[in-house]
Design a binder for this molecule. Structure first.
Ligand SMILES: [Ca+2]
Ligand SMILES: [Ca+2]
Length: 545
């Protein structure tokens, strides 16, 4: 009896604890979770571990590596020793540090640690930044944090392709003596920005930037900052209260929405010289931005990484994330206007005179292909107004030029094109000059004065050297033949036919064990027939005479 009572009591205690734990995992703005939020545990962090969880975060500047992101807002520079986890919090410190070796370079017109004219260490301000190792797309983001009580910012923000969302960007305290004469309200303002970095928008474009006077100095105490990023709207919250709601439609009307692409998180402190740079006296006692937790909830949990060759997210390779790259005038853009799969594809658009090569690149080291025979496939959608004969893909290390004939591609629909190629060596994986894709339209291959087309779902396959190839019975007879043949194989699926130049010349479906094909209508020569079903494939050479 007593035992049962004890047991019952224990169950009750466990039930209370469990319920409490569950409640703690609901958004502060939705304590009963009426919206069905699911915590994304890959990216969320309570910072209750003894050290920073490196599976979730990386520290900018650790081992001298900034992963081609950012070294901070000069003269302030991110320094790894300013990041620590302590007492269940992420602590991001800003300090005056004359002994620090600053990068001898300028950012936005100012030397790190120095001034506009000199790298003289006259402003030796070190700061701190961490970024998430993974990405997500849409959700409700929440931090409980105490912003730094010093003339620095405390920010929680994200970046994606041509987009930046500054969910929280607060300036803690005016410098001693307030030489800039900044109004005291700055210390009470909760700021949010939605930045559109698309190089095609007009230069006089205004980003969406808003501020709320919260009525208290934000650096005085901990507050809960919430931001909901939905595909149709955004909402900002302060201590559980809704500050603003703005629809995507209204932002789009002003070219202020560029925020569909997967995002990665930043937590950092920066200097904002326009409100006043900190002097040594402002940073005498170490001052820190303290974050109790970062929680990301989603309606549907997105995977940590996205298919970069399908243009759905950045490449993630060798511990770094990078997007396709092209110059501001390159005419290639990732867009969500049309796609063969997912939401995004790579668009080429240009009207006027064509001159030279129009090129886009993946990052160095992002490609990892084996030596020997390989195959590239992608889908292309060519606008009826456009006349292009060929696209060129160069794989850079080892250097491999692949020309893909698109002259016969039907316009106004997604068409898969394919090419077999061979490489002398496997991809070089260097992040400074390793293998990458250089994808180009050459002017010589365009007729007329405009071109619009989209590319999606680039895939590579190693074609001839896998063991699976040898285990599948794939016989074709008669061989040689002229216009018809039989294909006998237990595999059913898509049959693709390549000429010896590696161009795809025909494809059709095989649904039965033995398929008879008539009307081949191919020029005399040797052809490679390939059947693919899931991950298994087989090839056979056929002579047409
Ligand atoms: Ca905590
Ligand atoms: Ca896609």
């Amino acid at each position: 009896m007593k035992t049962n009572k004890l047991k019952h009591h224990l169950y009750f205690v466990l039930a209370v604890c469990f319920t409490h734990a569950l409640l703690a995992q609901n958004p502060f703005t939705d304590p009963s979770n009426s919206q069905g939020w699911i915590l994304n545990t890959t990216i969320s962090d309570e910072f209750n571990t003894p050290e920073l969880d490196k599976s979730k975060w990386w520290i900018l500047g650790e081992n001298g590596d900034y992963r081609n992101k950012w070294k901070g807002r000069a003269p302030g520079q991110f320094a790894p020793h300013n990041v620590k986890v302590e007492g269940g919090e992420l602590v991001l410190t800003s300090q005056w540090e004359p002994t620090f070796t600053f990068a001898n370079e300028k950012q936005d017109g100012t030397y790190y640690g120095g001034t506009a004219t000199s790298a003289d260490n006259s402003k030796p301000i070190t700061q701190a930044c961490v970024m998430s190792e993974t990405y997500f797309r849409y959700g409700y983001m929440e931090i409980r944090a105490k912003i730094a009580d010093a003339p620095v910012t405390s920010a929680f923000w994200t970046t994606g392709y041509h987009s930046e969302i500054d969910m929280v960007e607060n300036y803690g305290k005016r410098p001693i003596g307030n030489p800039e004469g900044t109004n005291a309200v700055i210390e009470r303002k909760q700021r949010t920005n939605m930045i559109n970095w698309d190089p095609d928008i007009p230069s006089n474009h205004q980003n969406w930037k808003v501020e709320n006077d919260m009525g208290v100095r934000l650096a005085e105490d901990y507050h809960i900052y919430g931001f909901e990023w939905d595909k149709d709207y955004i909402r900002t919250y302060f201590d559980g209260n809704l500050l603003r709601e703005v629809t995507r439609q209204s932002l789009e009307a002003n070219n202020q929405w560029r925020h569909d692409y997967p995002q990665e998180l930043w937590l950092d402190s920066e200097v904002f010289y326009w409100y006043g740079l900190p002097a040594q006296a402002d940073l005498t006692s170490p001052t820190a931005f303290k974050i109790d937790y970062v929680r990301i909830w989603q309606k549907n949990i997105t995977t940590p990484n996205f298919n970069a060759l399908g243009f759905e997210g950045p490449f993630y390779f060798q511990g770094r994330s990078q997007n396709w790259w092209n110059g501001p005038a390159a005419k290639w853009r990732i867009k969500n206007e049309k796609s063969a799969s997912g939401d995004f594809s790579l668009r080429f658009q240009h009207s006027g005179t064509f001159s030279g090569n129009y090129t886009t690149f993946t990052p160095y080291g992002s490609l990892n292909l084996p030596a020997g025979s390989n195959q590239v496939n992608f889908k292309v959608w060519i606008d009826p107004s456009t006349s292009i004969s060929s696209l060129r893909m160069i794989l850079e290390n080892p250097w491999t030029v692949i020309d893909i004939d698109v002259s016969g591609v039907q316009k106004g629909q997604w068409v898969e094109v394919s090419k077999i190629f061979s490489r002398s060596a496997a991809s070089n994986q260097s992040i400074t000059n390793g293998d990458r894709i250089r994808f180009m339209l050459q002017s010589a291959n365009v007729s007329g004065s405009q071109a619009l087309f989209y590319v999606d779902d680039i895939t590579f396959a190693n074609t001839l050297s896998t063991a699976k190839n040898n285990t599948v019975n794939f016989s074709i007879y008669p061989n040689p033949t002229q216009n018809s043949l039989h294909i006998n194989s237990p595999l059913n699926g898509t049959i693709t036919v390549f000429n010896m130049a590696g161009n795809l010349v025909k494809s059709f479906q095989k649904e039965t064990r033995v398929k008879k094909v008539d009307g081949l209508n191919l020029p005399s020569g040797v052809y490679l027939f390939k059947i693919q079903s899931g991950n298994t494939f087989a090839t056979s050479k056929v002579v047409i005479n």
